[in-house]
Write a protein that binds this ligand. Structure first.
Ligand code: NAD
Length: 526
């Protein structure tokens, strides 16, 4: 009988499902890291929420473990790399708290509009201040949604029910898909300038960090109200504080913070803000939903029935998996690279395979590529199993081409992404099983190892450019571990790919850009 450890509080409905399936279920919450390290050795599966930290040294001891089930979405508490290397499937439940978070967003929007929080506080002080708390209606107002994923869409439906006009910014969703939902898809700047309410439903990524900062707040209407129920760090709290203090905008409501729990923040002293302590998913229903979802997933995976919402392993025959895993790795890297390079709304992705790789079924390789491509955008909610479905659902057309043409490389994966702002291309090959190489970027032949921190530099083929890059990085103490240079014609456009030992901040990228011969730089993290 397979043994499952439940190491965080889980709704009883989930525990029942596991027990009914005949599994040996042990509930032990609050274990200290050393206790868990000992305890975990005999289990086939473990179900956690956010409290249990499955660090590398704990997972290394888990010799029988096959499944880690996270009731919820975030996987910051699991060392995914070590789990994957040990062949442990890690799964989460991306659906269970969507409605709760959408409803919490509406709650905050309404509370802001009708001054509910302030009126309540004033009544508790024995006051009766009807004039002071004059509100506004949601009806007829423009709601700008940033991130039209699961929660963003549910918010849109509810806002439409209130008679609001919904516009949205989500560069990874096709315009047609937005239109089908009767939502106008707009550019971010337009959304900021024209919305009465702005609500964020994006994951925390490099591109969403402080996506509402001082500059963006400067574009908002003076009557605008901002809501953030997504992740702390998406909204720059210092910039928001200043804007609210100076009454540059009408109000804000936050559920999530850059540092949680929120401590010593000047935000709490403001009058025109509503704050809740990360309550988005805190409903009885959401807790039950995620417990049921994870219990069913763990039960089915341990019973060899199906693997759902696995974030780290494709559901492929183990023998086939071994043969194609170097390609999966290469494709995922190429996808991630492109996901970080593109600008604008994604329309099509073309994946062209040639050479030896065609002796395998390449469809899982396409899934790996899409997982890599969508991960910088969707984080934990995309996996090998759902990557193709998610791309389709977002209106992204994916074309798989098997080419018999073999030039220069014994195997090659060429990927072209078309967006509203143009095309981006990369190609990669395997020199050997353990040696993936990036061999083309936007038509320039290069040879770079696709891993770690990289810089893609669009420059001109002029004397001194490479010197400028090397000296500027050297002065900052950043080591270059690899460099490859490709050019079209002598003195023409060129491209440099660098592998560097640590990431660069924005200020430093600006310094590199100070050369007239460097046109653009894309920092990449693989
Ligand atoms: P999702 O993956 O379904 O949707 C995220 C959307 O953001 C996607 O459509 C994606 O294309 C879009 N996006 C990514 N980068 C973008 C960018 N730079 N600009 C505009 N759009 C961008 O995720 P979801 O389930 O809807 O969750 C949204 C957020 O809510 C996540 O950050 C999640 O962690 C958070 N969340 C918070 C709570 C809470 O308790 N407050 C509960 C659940 C989820």
């Amino acid at each position: 009988m397979a043994k499952v450890l439940i190491s965080d509080n889980l709704a009883p409905e989930g525990i029942e499902i596991l027990k009914d399936a005949g599994l040996d279920v042990v509930v032990k919450t609050g274990l200290k890291p050393d206790e868990l390290k000992e305890e975990i050795k005999s289990y086939d599966g473990i179900v956690i929420r956010s409290a249990t930290k499955l660090t590398a040294d704990i997972i290394k001891e888990a010799d029988n473990l096959k499944i880690i089930g996270r009731a919820g979405v975030g996987l910051d508490n699991v060392d995914l790399d070590v789990a994957t290397k040990k062949g442990i499937i890690v799964m989460n439940t991306p659906l269970g708290n969507t409605i709760s978070t959408a409803e919490h967003t509406m709650t905050l929007m309404l509370a802001l509009s009708r001054n509910v929080l302030k009126a309540h506080a004033s009544m508790k002080e024995g006051k009766w201040e009807r004039k002071k708390f004059m509100g506004i209606e949601l009806y007829g107002k423009v709601l700008g949604i940033v991130g039209l994923g699961r929660i963003g869409r549910e918010v849109a439906k509810r806002a439409m029910g209130f008679g609001m006009k919904v516009i949205a910014y989500d560069p990874y969703l096709s315009e047609d898909m937005a239109k089908k939902m009767e939502i106008e898809s707009v550019e971010y700047e337009y959304l900021l300038k024209n919305s009465d309410y702005i609500t964020f439903h994006v994951p925390m990524t490099d591109s969403t960090y402080h996506v509402l900062g001082e500059k963006e707040i400067g574009l908002l209407k003076s009557t605008a109200r901002v809501i953030n129920c997504s992740r702390g760090g998406v909204v720059d709290e210092d910039a928001l504080y200043k804007a609210l203090l100076d009454n540059k905008i009408a109000g804000a409501a936050l559920d999530v913070y850059e540092n949680e729990p929120l401590k010593d923040s000047p935000l709490v002293k403001l009058d025109n803000i509503g704050l809740t302590p990360h309550l988005g998913a805190s409903t009885e229903e959401a807790q039950v939903n995620v417990a049921i979802e994870i219990a069913e997933q763990v039960r089915d995976a341990l019973g060899n029935k199906s693997i759902r919402n696995a974030v780290n392993l494709p559901s492929i025959d183990p023998e086939v998996l071994e043969a194609i895993s170097p390609y999966l790795n290469l494709a995922e890297k190429l996808g991630s690279l492109l996901g970080q390079m593109i600008e604008g709304q994604v329309k099509n992705i073309e994946v062209k395979y040639s050479g030896e790789i065609l002796s395998h079924n390449v469809n899982p390789v396409t899934s790996a590529l899409l997982k890599g491509f969508l991960s910088p955008i969707l984080m934990e909610s995309v996996n090998y199993v759902n990557a193709q479905v998610i791309a389709k659902e977002r209106g992204i057309k994916v074309e798989e081409i098997k080419s018999t043409e073999v030039k220069n490389f014994t195997n090659l994966i060429q990927v072209t992404v078309e967006t509203s702002k143009g095309e981006k291309k990369v190609a990669g090959t395997l020199f050997s099983k353990e040696n993936p190489r990036l061999v083309n970027v936007d038509g320039f032949y290069v040879e770079a190892i696709p891993e770690g921190c990289m810089l893609i530099i669009y420059n001109q083929d002029k004397p001194g450019v490479i010197g400028h890059i090397g000296t500027t990085l050297g002065k900052k103490g950043i080591n270059i571990s690899g460099m490859s240079f490709g050019r079209s014609i002598e003195g023409g456009d060129a491209l440099t790919v660098l592998n560097i030992d640590s990431a660069l901040d924005e200020e430093f990228i600006k310094k590199l850009l100070s050369s007239d011969y460097i046109k653009a730089i894309k920092p990449i993290n693989l």
